[in-house]
Design a protein around this ligand. Structure first.
Ligand SMILES: [Zn+2]
Ligand SMILES: [Zn+2]
Length: 397
């Protein structure tokens, strides 16, 4: 298809529009399941392109369907729309206008790029063999928006044969893409443990059951699960991220609450950790005359990129960007709810380099100073479009 050769050029031509969309969305960040403005912008744009548009899918999700001029398979491309509860510290013309909320994970760029891909492919629809489904999901940051959209049919009608997602990568430079075949991102679960003791005067601890001391023992014991019970060659994390108890220095409180996250790559390890957190919490609190409520919430699964899809992406993007631009990615303990999609259909997550070569160090996601070099956006548009076209031309399902 001659279109393949022109992709970079056309993507660069529409680059300013993609940057403008990114800045617009960046200035108006919205938290998970509250992406009303962003979803309205996305839906209006997709309708202008003549796509079939569904709104309110899985809350605030939007789905646009582009039917190509020739029959073929259906490929899904996914962007996420939600921001984070972070106060932006950058002083740019396009900084967040929504206090306490910031696009600090690049989802503004993901949405703007996918709109660019929709524009690009819609203008060549006659040449496209098959359908492209554009998925704009809510609540990637812990809300499981992708699962909600699956529940409400994003993978059906027409059924999706393969799915590709893209995420900014602050370690890689503009012009690079990184991906990995097989398990690439960890599973992610949450827990809340409430320790119930018996409060009283801080000077009479013998008349109380001090939940803070029990909590301290429990936190220490939790560290032994990964260190002593999980095989050293299995990646796993238990982090207690918050411990809250008490109100003042001279009162022993009734309760202490700790919350944390569990990351793993192996489902057996994940199950072992869940079981051991419960056993330790109940056993230690009982031994120390308290008791515990354990609320363990299973979150995102391991993200597994399908080998045949990764091979397709590497081939398509090797042609587009040059073979040296494709970087093998190390597994990371971060999580992604695109994993739910990849449990249902083959596909892959592509990580787009957004680091400016002039920056001495990366500007990591989930920080108040996160930013990206916008020269990466046309690269991402071309890469997503090239991947979709390559799949539709060849098919790998
Ligand atoms: Zn994030
Ligand atoms: Zn993200």
């Amino acid at each position: 298809m001659p279109l393949q050769a022109d992709l970079r050029e056309v993507a660069e031509e529409i680059g300013p529009g993609v940057v403008a969309d990114r800045r617009d969305i960046h200035q108006h960040p919205e938290l998970g399941f509250q992406e009303h403005r962003t979803a309205a912008l996305v839906a209006a744009r997709l309708r202008d392109l003549g796509l079939d548009v569904r709104i309110g899918v899985g809350g605030t999700g939007v789905v646009g369907l582009l039917r190509g001029g020739k029959p073929g398979k259906t490929v899904l491309l996914r962007a996420d729309m939600d921001a984070l509860p972070i106060e932006e510290a950058n002083d740019t013309s396009y900084r967040s206008r929504n206090p306490g909320v910031m696009h600090a994970c690049g989802h503004d760029a993901h949405s703007a790029m996918l709109l660019g891909v929709a524009w690009l492919l819609a203008h060549y629809r006659d040449q496209i063999p098959g359908n492209v489904k554009f998925m704009f999901q809510p609540a990637e940051e812990g809300g499981g928006g992708a699962q909600r959209m699956i529940d409400e049919g994003v993978l059906a009608d027409p059924p999706v044969d393969a799915a590709f997602g893209m995420h900014v990568d602050t370690e890689r430079f503009v012009g690079q893409v990184a991906l990995r075949s097989g398990p690439a991102m960890a599973s992610s679960d949450r827990f809340v443990i409430t320790i119930r003791g018996k409060g009283g005067h801080a000077a009479s601890p013998h008349r109380t059951v001090d939940p803070i001391v029990v909590g301290a023992h429990l936190i220490t014991a939790l560290q032994t699960v990964v260190a002593r019970e999980v095989a050293p060659n299995e990646p796993a994390v238990i982090t207690v991220g918050s411990l809250s108890a008490g109100t003042t220095n001279n009162v022993i409180p009734d309760t202490a609450t700790l919350t944390g996250t569990v990351r793993a790559f192996n489902p057996d390890v994940r199950q072992t950790i869940e079981r051991r957190i419960g056993e330790l919490a109940r056993g230690i609190t009982r031994a120390m005359r308290a008791n515990a409520d354990v609320d363990y919430r299973v979150g995102y699964p391991v993200l597994v990129n399908h080998p045949e899809s990764v091979a397709l992406v590497k081939d398509a993007l090797g042609n587009l960007l040059g073979p040296s631009a494709i970087i093998e990615r190390e597994p990371v303990m971060g999580a992604e709810d695109f994993a739910f999609i990849l449990q249902k259909v083959p596909g892959a997550m592509i990580h787009l380099g957004v680091r400016d070569r002039a920056w001495g160090r990366p500007r990591p996601v989930h920080t108040a100073t996160f930013d990206l070099n916008e020269a990466a956006l046309p690269v991402g548009v071309a890469a997503m479009a090239a991947t979709a076209l390559r799949f539709l031309e060849e098919g790998v399902s």
